[in-house]
Write a protein that binds this ligand. Structure first.
Ligand SMILES: Nc1ncnc2c1ncn2[C@@H]1O[C@H](COP(=O)(O)OP(=O)(O)OP(=O)(O)O)[C@@H](O)[C@H]1O
Ligand SMILES: [Mg+2]
Length: 478
């Protein structure tokens, strides 16, 4: 740990929350908490969690080599790891991490927001981080750390001095949100959107709404809920919020009856100029991230900021600093045969809702001279038995976005390719890897190319390949 590293936990203070016995020396203090030696920083507490493929106990020695201050290990491995360094020995390392997370929550005076929803959790969480950071020290989840280990890990890292905490909470199955939100105990719950995601596990849209509504169960009495007015089955969600102990429910969206309502959203290059009405109060602001979906998300952010005591006008001003994240609409200028082209990286994930949003974004982007709108689309996974049809139905969105060329990869996207107008169909390939060369060969200066698919469809490597070939780094080499 570097000299000036802040103390997150004292060595002694860890024993109680972890319910551990000590083996070896007591560390003076730890500066952070890690479950992955690849990202561990010197001075961190390494918690040896057992995942699907790896057991953290096999990395305890590596953790100490990288400068871990101490490790949390399970009794079953206490003998063979004895002497490796300061060890907190527990029965179950994940339970111990939860204990630490709950202790961090209990000692925190921060205003806490939990974010769930079918899409837009990370985008909204990052926008909340940007806004809250303008008002005080803010702690938020890394990436999408939203599951049974990501949530307690993020809690365990909550610094004493944080004034705001933003936690992403996700789920693939009913019942998963309840225990997570019980740990987070937010003052405010945000549901970003409801969409047919993980339908394979969830069965129906009703089941999805009910699962998201679990988030209300953990909100402190007198807290607030921020819910999407445009969601299918909105009434069901609103009723669930009303049945919970939450005192205050605010809706946001484009719907006439939304409490926070988007009145207009005009693209201005990298972002949008937004006119909105937040609980009756008209407001105009600039959002640094493009897309109507991001504009809608920003309403939830403003409501949350206002409900946690941040003045609305200052919160809105901070939204100019918001940026789309990698894989979620981040833009980059490529150079193709000496002329600029635009790459929109949406490769992080995809479902019908986010695909429509991304296509709308492509439609809002005007190509340069001689350029075309190009959509490169990989399969949307985990959609259940209607997956093929949900792909084919996107043909309309392609037309609405005035897409000139469609490149598609994967068996499900084949259904979209076949449903698309003849003149739009550029190339279909069985896999993303096979789509890379034809797409790269087709690119011209002036083009806008948007790349999107579920993470498992491997569209990300296409983005990386185009960046290597046409990105700033490639130009520098020349
Ligand atoms: N309100 C929205 N409606 C539709 N699409 C959205 C919305 N907000 C964000 N998106 C898009 O959805 C995709 C996923 O966004 P994001 O990573 O924020 O979602 P997430 O809910 O955190 O996903 P995950 O469940 O994988 O953690 C991105 O392409 C993003 O641009
Ligand atoms: Mg996420």
């Amino acid at each position: 740990m570097s000299e000036d590293a802040q103390e997150l936990w004292s060595g002694l203070g860890l024993i109680g929350p972890l319910e551990a016995r000590l083996s070896g020396p007591l560390p003076a203090r730890v500066g952070g908490v890690s479950i992955d030696t690849r990202t561990l920083a010197p001075g961190d507490l390494f918690v040896a969690i057992r995942g699907d493929t790896h057991d953290g106990h096999d990395y305890v020695k590596a953790a100490f080599d990288k400068g871990a201050a101490a490790a949390v290990i399970e009794e079953r491995r206490a003998d063979d790891l004895r002497g490796a360094g300061p060890l907190y020995v527990v029965r179950d390392a994940l339970r111990a991490l939860e204990g630490l997370g709950m202790a961090a929550r209990a000692r925190s005076a921060a205003r806490i927001v939990a974010v769930t929803g079918s899409v837009g959790k990370t985008s909204t969480k990052e926008t909340l981080r940007t806004v809250f950071a303008a008002f005080g020290p803010t702690h938020a989840s890394v990436a999408s750390y939203n599951n049974h280990w990501g949530v307690p890990l993020t809690l365990a890292r909550l610094p004493r001095a944080a004034e705001f905490g933003v936690f992403e909470i996700g789920m693939n199955h009913p019942g998963e949100i309840t225990p997570l939100v019980a740990m987070v105990k937010p003052h405010l719950a945000v549901v970003t959107a409801i969409a047919p995601v993980h339908l394979e596990h969830m069965g129906s849209l009703e089941a999805i709404v009910d699962a998201k509504a679990e988030i209300f169960s953990g909100v402190a009495r007198g807290g607030a809920a921020v819910i999407p007015r445009d969601a299918p089955l909105f009434e069901r969600l609103a009723e669930a919020a009303a049945r919970s102990p939450i005192g205050h429910v605010v809706s946001f969206g484009e719907h006439e009856q939304a409490d926070a309502r988007l009145e207009s959203c005009t693209p201005d290059g990298e972002g949008s100029l937004i006119h909105a009405r937040i609980l009756g109060q008209p407001i105009v602001y600039r959002l640094g991230a493009p897309g109507r979906h991001m504009a809608v998300n920003s309403l939830a952010v403003l409501v949350a900021a206002r409900a946690t005591g941040c003045p609305l006008s200052e919160a809105a001003a901070a939204l100019a600093q918001a940026k789309p994240a990698k894989g979620r609409g981040a833009r980059e200028t490529l150079t193709v045969e000496g002329a600029p082209a635009t790459l929109i990286d949406e490769a992080y994930n995809a479902n019908p809702a986010s695909m429509r949003a991304a296509l709308a974004l492509l439609g809002d982007t005007t190509p340069g001279a001689g350029g075309r709108r190009i959509a490169a689309i990989g399969d949307m996974l985990e959609l259940g038995p209607d997956g093929a049809q949900m792909h084919a139905e996107l043909a309309e969105a392609l037309e609405a976005a005035q897409v000139d060329l469609l490149f598609a990869a994967g068996p499900l996207s084949r259904h979209l390719f076949d449903a698309a107008p003849e003149e739009m169909r550029a190339q279909w390939a069985a896999s993303a890897a096979e789509l890379e060369a034809p797409l790269a060969a087709a690119l011209r200066g002036g083009d806008v190319v948007m790349i999107k698919g579920s993470n498992g469809s491997r569209m990300g490597p296409i983005v990386a390949a185009l960046q290597r070939r046409f990105g700033a780094a490639a130009q520098g080499e020349g």
